[in-house]
Design a protein around this ligand. Structure first.
Ligand SMILES: [Zn+2]
Length: 72
């Protein structure tokens, strides 16, 4: 990989030093990605949380629409 010059990386959330291959911060339990050019772990994009958020908004909008029609 291209970012192999670092043996450690910093957690972007709590700044604790992690191993370069760690995927979860032992201090704040956050998911961390690879080290960037500054030796700081990148924040991985959480597709599952993003999708669940969109789905819950859609479900809420649909529910409001349904309630609105239901009472007409
Ligand atoms: Zn952390």
């Amino acid at each position: 990989m291209s970012n192999s010059k670092f043996k450690t990386k910093k957690c972007p959330y709590c700044s604790v030093v992690l191993g370069a291959d760690d995927t979860i911060c032992f201090s704040c339990r956050a998911k961390v990605g690879k080290a960037n050019e500054h030796g700081i772990a990148e924040k991985p994009f959480d597709w599952m949380a993003y999708t669940l958020c969109i789905l819950s908004i859609c479900a809420f909008a649909y529910f409001m629409w349904w309630v609105f029609l239901h009472h007409k």
